[in-house]
Design a protein around this ligand. Structure first.
Ligand SMILES: [Zn+2]
Length: 325
């Protein structure tokens, strides 16, 4: 178990939690007791229709919530982030309602609020990934090891570590055939980048969605890549990259979510970074993990500055602003 000393500051869920939720735009059902009941704010997005009967509950003590119908769950702070705020904005927002987080630092926050403490040796129970498994995905076992990826022999899952920027194990992802799960469930991926601890300062950073694609690139000699664990890239992830480089090569997925995010990053960060986009013009695959070695080299050979690149999904390539010198 972890023996690290932790601060004594505690997260207190605001007493006017109802007001907070209503200010977010949620509809609540008159509730007393430990739980506040309401209509699930993500229901339509998740299942395609609005919720008739309110099946969404949040606990006043812990701030944990769950929709018993669609399974949407998390913590008050993740809820606020799901309304379009980054973690810092979420903390500021919640503080207005009396949540005292003045003595919390990010790591304390991660530990206490979201991840609960997890033993730093949690991955030791898993095995080295067998060579035959690596081969199927065209990955080098030495590189797989180097990135700390393990294998769950019993369930046949890849075990992909999730570490804070300071190197602490926050959790992991289990990835198998028709199986995908975060452990623990509320792990704060937005405060982590897969591959971050292998970055070299000064070199352009390649930004991917999927951790195994980082390993795939490294297996053919393309290093300095990180993965955001999904199509949405957080402010903190970008900030972490900025401490290593002012050049980012966007290699997000070749699907609508990937292109939307690439456009958002271009529009938001074009003054801060030199941004490039890899080319998918030679292929219809969804990500670099599905490409042959040659296709990958081609994708990087043909990359373009984000300002002039066709971000082609939806056919909307908008050129804005001025090019950096
Ligand atoms: Zn729901």
């Amino acid at each position: 178990m972890m023996t690290k000393t932790t601060k004594t500051s505690r997260v207190i869920i605001p007493s006017d939690l109802e007001e907070l939720l209503e200010d977010l735009g949620m509809s609540l059902y008159p509730s007393t007791g430990d739980e506040i009941r309401g209509w699930c704010p993500r229901h339509e997005k998740r299942v395609g229709y609005n919720q008739g009967t309110p099946h969404w509950y949040i606990n006043r003590e812990t701030g944990l919530f769950q929709c018993w119908s669609c399974g949407y769950r998390g913590h008050l702070l993740t809820l606020v982030q799901d309304f379009g705020k980054n973690i810092w904005e979420a903390l500021r927002f919640v503080r207005q309602y009396g949540l005292d987080i003045s003595n919390l630092e990010v790591n304390d926050y991660e530990r206490k609020v979201i991840i609960k403490e997890i033993p730093q040796n949690s991955l030791d129970k898993f095995e080295k990934v067998p060579e035959s498994i690596c081969k199927k995905r065209k990955l080098h076992t030495a590189v797989v090891d180097d990135y700390g990826i393990r294998w769950d022999k019993k369930n046949l899952y890849w075990i992909i570590p999730i570490k804070s920027f300071s190197g602490e194990l926050l959790g992991w992802q289990e990835k198998g055939k028709n199986w995908f799960s975060n452990q623990p469930q509320f792990v704060l991926k937005s405060l982590s980048l897969f591959g971050f601890h292998n970055l070299i300062k000064g070199d352009p950073v390649i930004l991917l969605e999927s951790p195994l694609d980082v390993v795939r690139l490294a297996s053919i000699g393309i290093g300095n890549a990180v993965a955001s664990y999904g199509a949405s890239v957080s402010e903190e992830q970008i900030r972490a990259i900025s401490s290593f480089s002012d050049e980012i090569i966007l290699a997000l997925d070749n699907d609508e979510a990937g292109w939307n995010e690439a456009r958002r990053i271009r529009d938001r960060y074009l003054r801060q970074f030199r941004l490039y986009v890899i080319s998918y013009n030679h292929t219809k695959v969804k990500d670099v993990g599905d490409m042959s070695d040659n296709e990958i080299f081609w994708a990087f050979d043909k990359m373009e500055p984000a300002l002039i690149a066709q971000m082609r999904k939806n056919g909307t390539s908008v050129i804005r602003g001025t090019r950096r010198p």
